[in-house]
Ligand binder design. Structure first.
Ligand SMILES: *Cc1c(COP(=O)(O)O)cnc(C)c1O
Length: 477
């Protein structure tokens, strides 16, 4: 079989056997799929030898580019020892080393923060939260959704173990995305993805999305006084006895449309959680590991969560791995005699996978050695400048970014903010056009998502932004 025949065969076989995620397969059947065969740095290459800039970091996971030598080597070295062994009843070397490193990095990231707000009432009520106790307990799983499931179950059971009943629900945000498993969908708020599963979900309380461009209360940012926080507080005031935890994507609601919360918002959320004695779960699956310009998004507002969920960037985009880090206080509540059944009954087959942990350790080394966060600053600067320029285009309603994650919201009418209809597929048209010019991106409805690897060079970043700008112009004119 010649190379071309072989390529056609691969394409046909994909269509014959693969059901792709978040994909209308009827359309997929009519198109020629791009099949990736290789990657190098910020680029991916298809089976025909065409290179594309990986503008979505292989769906938000890649940090240092593809074929990063140190990560390749770390995985290979670990492979020479053992690929996998269970964490149920056993431990393994890289999982231990990574847990220590993560707890240390969290400690370091958060210790520089000013002391938090006073802890509710005086007198040392043992049930009151002390969120400045560091997050030291690492629970492994293998993807962002499971990291969230773990966090929800931990938070729920924490109160049970503390002898508090009634806290059987959660507070989550409109436009939130915490993954696709049913618990994660229950705390989700993206209509198009989540509505169909409504009858299967547990009940949650909802707070407004801090979506200033389309404010749910119809306010303007300059004068709103954070109306969304007031609404959140009203729900907490009325229902805190029923709420185990508030779960939030700190600073950026990513899959909901790259919605960047206004400054001060997250700090207020923490304050409310303290005031109403509700645990705060920070889902940093998308924002963690430098994406927002700091190691963790919570650092921007000096917020320490009670539980933090990490995945995506943790292995530099190499291996499926996730962690749910809990505070000492939560962990301690699960301690007891064997017969008391306080054990946390949860765990996955590939939990704490040694290859993945080895990759994650290599990433943390690179963060230090290459001073990734410091070197990110010029790229963030360029991105912000170019976005302002793109914002002048006639069909761009809003641009928003934090660090190296950004969204460009396309609108049919800039004055009225009228959106393009879902079926107009404007985001897809832009993505298609960008792909023809060598940049791979994947939109969220009418929002163009920019999420290049953190290691992208200034030159490649400029190139990516200019292709995307051109694609927006040609798709909207
Ligand atoms: C992607 C994402 C998840 C889900 O992670 P998966 O690995 O896809 O299961 C959860 N939370 C946030 C904020 C995410 O962006």
């Amino acid at each position: 079989m010649g190379v071309l025949d072989n390529n056609r065969h691969l394409e046909d076989t994909d269509k014959k056997y693969i059901w792709h995620p978040f994909t209308q397969m009827q359309e997929w059947q009519q198109e020629t799929p791009v099949v990736i065969a290789e990657g190098q740095d910020c680029f991916i290459k298809d089976i025909y030898g065409r290179w594309y800039l990986d503008g979505v970091s292989s769906l938000w996971v890649n940090i240092f580019g593809h074929r990063k030598k140190e990560i390749d080597d770390a995985i290979m070295e670990q492979l020479g020892r053992i690929a996998h062994s269970t964490m149920l009843g056993l431990s393994n070397v890289p999982a231990i080393q990574l847990a220590e490193r993560l707890a240390g990095i969290i400690q370091k990231s958060f210790e520089a923060l000013p002391p938090g707000p006073p802890q509710g009432k005086e007198g040392g009520d043992p049930l009151l939260l002390t969120p400045h106790i560091p997050l030291t307990k690492v629970f492994y799983s293998d993807n962002g959704s499971t990291a969230v499931e773990v966090a929800l179950k931990m938070a729920f059971q924490y109160w049970r173990h503390k002898g508090v009943s009634g806290k059987n629900s959660f507070l989550s945000l409109n436009n939130a995305y915490h993954g696709d498993t049913l618990g994660a969908v229950s705390v989700g708020g993206v209509e198009i993805f989540h509505k169909a599963f409504g009858p299967l979900l547990f009940k949650t309380f909802k707070a407004p999305s801090p979506y200033c461009y389309r404010c749910e209360s119809g306010e303007e940012r300059a004068t709103c006084g954070l109306a969304c926080i007031k609404e959140m507080e009203a729900t907490l005031r009325d229902h805190h006895d029923e709420i185990a935890a508030l779960i939030i994507e700190p600073l950026v609601q990513a899959a909901g449309g790259m919605i960047v919360a206004p400054q001060g918002y997250l700090g207020e959320v923490r304050r409310l959680c303290n005031k109403y004695n509700v645990l705060l779960i920070a889902d940093e699956v998308a924002t963690g590991f430098g994406r927002t310009g700091k190691m963790f998004a919570c650092e921007h507002e000096a917020v320490v969560p009670d539980i933090i969920c990490l995945s995506k960037g943790i292995t530099g985009g190499y291996m499926p791995l996730a962690v749910t880090l809990a505070s000492e206080q939560i962990y301690t509540a699960f301690l007891g005699e064997f017969r008391e059944l306080k054990t946390f009954f949860h765990g996955h087959s590939y939990t704490g996978n040694p290859l993945a942990c080895a990759a994650a350790l290599a990433c943390l080394d690179i963060f230090e050695r290459e001073e990734t966060l410091k070197n990110l600053l010029p790229s963030i600067d360029i991105l912000e400048k170019r976005l302002l320029d793109i914002c002048d285009l006639p069909h761009v309603g809003d641009v928003r970014s934090k660090g190296l994650m950004a969204g460009i919201e396309l609108v049919k009418d800039k004055k009225t903010k009228e959106a393009y209809a879902w079926e107009d597929k404007l985001g897809w048209k832009v993505a298609h056009c960008a792909r023809e010019n060598g940049v791979f991106i994947r939109p969220l409805g009418n929002v163009i998502v920019l999420m290049p690897p953190l290691s992208i060079s200034i030159e490649n970043l400029e190139q990516m932004l200019s292709v995307i700008k051109g694609a927006i112009i040609s798709a909207t004119s």
